[in-house]
Design a protein around this ligand. Structure first.
Ligand code: ADP
Ligand code: MG
Length: 682
């Protein structure tokens, strides 16, 4: 076993008690410790004399704590005020709501503080952002850059620095280089060993940045190799899969029965899919299409082709609501001789057994469901096509598992989270990509308005007006229960308020994640049938729900959502011929927050929105990308490092020594991306 993966317990300075504390942060072995990246740094190279502190700006000082006082403000905020002195003067330094500091900040201690200098009343004071107690034994008052680690109670920054230093001294040297020899030098990157030192204990900022970029390269390369490993079995050019050759006119019967004609983009994408399906090589295709572009019918036709060719098809959706909706759509578009079943949590055990038997015996043609479809007891007689809707909600391994339900079936994945092409290629490995870049005719772009919360009454009066004209609307709230800390609007309370108040002459419905599947289905069905006028919901409606008569989407606390998520939510309206509206209520506290809502007002283009999201928040935060290992990236800034994304992808693709044959790569992969990892949806 590689010593990198030895338990932290054996590291100098750790022991059983600290081992437990470290485990709380998910740190088990030395590898984890090396990758425990500082959350910030304290730069003591640029301290200012207290007398010279610039009012209104952020600056750093070092001095001695004279007194410490704790008080509680009228708004129940704990205020800790320490008087700090250096040889030029004194200043009060203030911390808010960090009670535990009472026991940390003591008179006589030397302290470094970085913070904002506020004019205060009469005397300037500093609001602390970061602080560091200076160790008297060491000459730490000497200027330098110190790491500040994400921590848990019981481990001080001083201890962190010590154990990480120990880990670096003993183990940084054995961290394997997985890039082909010479690659990193050519890119101007550092050996891994130096990069770990440079990220934890940089002497200069340039060194920190180069180390960050080097480690970004390391983690991207590993991610690319992981993706490659996932796709390998599916993409072996030698592998022969299912050849779907239609035996009857089912597909054209379905097309003829549609209430609309297919858009040019739908036809093109269907042709691409059909070509893949007729080929012996297994299909692995991603359909990207903005919300409302009509992906479902494309999937329905692909499944009809599989059935017509004598195979079965499976359709996996991320939520029960969506699975049921698909089931109903399919029942509608297929003639009665196509047998479709849906597996949900709300059917009886007896019914479930019947469906499973019918599917195993090949009597049932198409099985729709949630990730329940990948469970062991679901067996197909002849699975020819596996379709995964809203792919971004599933993990790569879930796709692989569904694929394993047949003998190398064709695989079609659909996603409405449009992402920049480089990212798509990374996330989806070597999937072929088709794009539905056209909306059905007659769709009016949704009009979007971001309002401050003071505009709430206006928003609901507008919704009322629409309801009186026979339209319906959604109101989406971030959480289902009132949280004391954050005053999020609670769905249940809002539902009651609206029903008793402005909508007392209409019907308001409530939908949230804690309801039983059958209840959810009933509510959605009532909404679909128009028995409910206004549906108050948590984000359970965010993907896929298709109710064309709904024309208004109000989002409460909109600043709490990601842009792509807001785009998905907005996609619930504007699905019919009527003009639709989206009202985003919220009081963003930051400029970025404000800018994000402005982006929503400005554009309806999902690609542009995804790009903005990436620019404003970074990929880890982009909703929907969590499941793809991107959120595992600790040091990559996909904006700054987009070149590394290409480069590592090429290296992974060309890497002659496949992961299996390179022990070091295999060990790192197994550690970071365990092969059996099965990420649940939702
Ligand atoms: P998404 O791509 O978001 O999954 P859906 O497949 O749910 O979109 O389709 C959105 C709506 O558009 C549905 O009501 C569907 O019946 C309708 N639709 C799909 N294709 C067309 C078309 N070519 N013309 C008119 N309406 C269409
Ligand atoms: Mg859909």
């Amino acid at each position: 076993m590689n010593a990198l993966f030895a338990s932290v317990r054996y590291l100098k300075g750790v022991g059983p008690r600290r081992e437990k504390l470290l485990q709380r942060l998910g740190i088990r072995d030395v590898y984890d410790l090396l990758w425990h990246i500082p959350r910030s740094y304290i730069d003591r190279t640029e301290t200012v004399k207290i007398r010279n502190l610039p009012v209104g700006e952020v600056a750093s000082i070092t001095g001695v704590i004279e007194t410490v006082r704790t008080s509680v403000s009228s708004r129940r905020i704990t205020v800790i005020k320490a008087i700090v002195r250096d040889d030029s003067g004194v200043i009060p330094v203030v911390w808010f709501n960090q009670d535990y500091l009472k026991n940390v900040l003591k008179p006589g201690l030397q302290i470094f503080v970085r913070g904002k200098v506020n004019p205060g009343y009469g005397q300037a004071e500093m609001w602390a952002y970061d602080y560091d107690l200076i160790d008297k034994d060491k000459t730490a008052a000497e200027p330098g850059i110190d790491p500040v680690y994400p921590s848990t109670e019981g481990i001080s920054q001083k201890v962190w620095r010590q154990i990480i230093r120990n880990a670096l001294e003993e183990y940084a040297g054995i961290y394997p280089e997985i890039a082909p020899p010479g690659t990193k030098e050519k890119l101007g990157l550092l050996p891994a060993r130096q990069a770990f030192w440079g990220i934890h204990f940089p002497a200069r900022w340039e060194q920190q940045e180069l180390s960050r970029r080097t480690l970004a390269f390391e983690e991207l390369l590993l991610l690319q190799l992981a993706i490659r490993r996932e796709h390998q079995s599916l993409r072996d050019p030698q592998v022969k899969g299912v050849k779907n050759i239609e035996r009857d006119d089912l597909v054209s019967r379905v097309v003829r029965g549609l209430k609309f004609s297919l858009t040019g983009a739908q036809k093109r994408v269907i042709a691409e899919i059909f070509r893949d399906m007729e080929d012996e090589r297994p299909m692995n295709r991603l359909i990207q299409g903005d919300v409302g572009s009509g992906k479902t019918i494309v999937a329905a036709l692909a499944m009809a082709k599989a059935v017509s060719s004598g195979y079965q098809a499976a359709l996996m959706a991320p939520t029960e609501i969506l699975a049921l909706q698909h089931y109903k759509t399919l029942k509608q578009v297929y003639p009665p001789d196509v047998r479709v079943e849906v597996l949900t949590g709300s059917i009886t055990a007896k019914r479930r057994d019947e469906i499973l038997t019918a599917t195993a015996e090949g009597w049932n043609h198409i099985l729709v469901g949630t990730h329940a479809l990948i469970q062991e007891n679901v067996v197909f007689k002849k699975l020819g096509l596996a379709v995964i809707d809203e792919q971004h909600r599933f993990g790569v391994s879930q796709r692989a598992l569904l694929g394993q339900k047949g003998f190398r079936p064709d695989v079609l994945v659909m996603s409405a989270t449009p992402i920049p092409r480089t990212l798509a290629l990374t996330i989806y490995g070597d999937l072929d990509i088709s794009t539905i870049d056209e909306l059905p005719p007659g769709r009016l772009p949704v009009k979007t308005l971001a309002l401050r919360e003071s505009g709430r009454d206006k928003a609901y009066r507008f919704l009322l007006k629409q309801v009186k004209q026979g339209r319906q609307g959604y109101v989406v709230c971030p959480l289902i229960e009132e949280s004391e800390k954050q005053d999020l609007t609670d769905a249940t309370a809002l539902y009651q308020r609206l029903q008793a108040g402005i909508f007392r002459d209409h019907t308001v419905g409530l939908l949230h994640g804690r309801m039983k599947p059958a209840e959810k289905d009933r509510v959605i069905e009532d909404f679909r049938r128009g028995k409910i006028d206004v549906l108050v919901s948590t984000t359970v409606v965010e993907v896929g729900v298709d109710i064309p008569n709904a024309t208004v989407m109000i989002v409460e606390s909109a600043e709490r959502f990601g842009l792509s998520q807001l785009h998905q939510l907005r996609g619930r309206v504007g699905r019919g011929a009527e003009q639709a509206y989206c009202i985003l209520l919220g009081n963003p506290r930051t400029d970025v927050g404000l800018e994000r809502l402005k982006v929503m007002e400005r554009t309806n283009d999902g690609f542009e929105i995804a790009n903005e999201d990436l620019r404003l928040r970074g990929p880890g935060d982009i909703w929907g990308l969590k499941q793809h290992g991107l959120s595992e990236l600790k040091l990559t800034n996909l904006w700054k490092d987009s070149d590394l994304l290409h480069i590592t992808r090429d290296i992974a693709a060309q890497s002659v020594s496949l992961p299996d044959e390179n022990r070091a790569i295999q060990q790192l992969l197994n550690k970071k991306y365990p092969p059996t990892e099965n990420i649940a949806a939702n």
